[in-house]
Design a protein around this ligand. Structure first.
Ligand SMILES: [Cu+2]
Length: 140
């Protein structure tokens, strides 16, 4: 009898998990269908890296950088603040951007409305090669 109740409870839990997953899937798909922006995530790590280092997105979409490390990082795409010119690329008609200091656990988010190649760096770790690239493809 006890075993039967345990099985019933497990089945209930299983159904709840399946249902919850389905709700998430439907929500995500309908927001795509409604033409809302998709979001890509870049992590900032303890070994001074942006992960993924290179990302291709579609014009109008958003990138969220998350500082998953114990260090302070920045997301900086500004020639004025770079040590090396090659660490920065910005399409002609796009504005420079800078997250400011991001403490552990903090995030920065940006929507990319101008297509082209963006190369950015982290101010404290530029010399260690902490750079990243976002390629924004034109929306059809
Ligand atoms: Cu950094």
């Amino acid at each position: 009898m006890f075993a039967m109740m345990k099985i019933k409870r497990m089945l209930f839990l299983f159904r709840s998990v399946v249902l919850a997953s389905l709700i998430v899937l439907v929500t995500v798909n309908s927001s795509y269908a409604a033409g809302k922006t998709a979001v890509d995530t870049v992590k900032m790590t303890n070994n001074a890296q942006f992960l993924p280092g290179k990302l291709t997105i579609t014009q109008g979409n958003r990138v969220v950088w998350i500082n998953t490390s114990d260090l302070v990082h920045t997301v900086t795409c500004d020639r004025q603040q770079a040590i090396k010119a090659k660490d920065v690329a910005l399409p002609d008609n796009a504005k420079a951007f800078d997250s400011g200091k991001l403490n552990p656990g903090n995030m920065y988010s940006k929507e990319f409305s101008t297509p082209g190649i963006y190369r950015y760096f982290c101010i404290p770790h530029e010399a260690l090669g902490m750079t990243g690239e976002i390629i924004v493809k034109k929306k059809n």
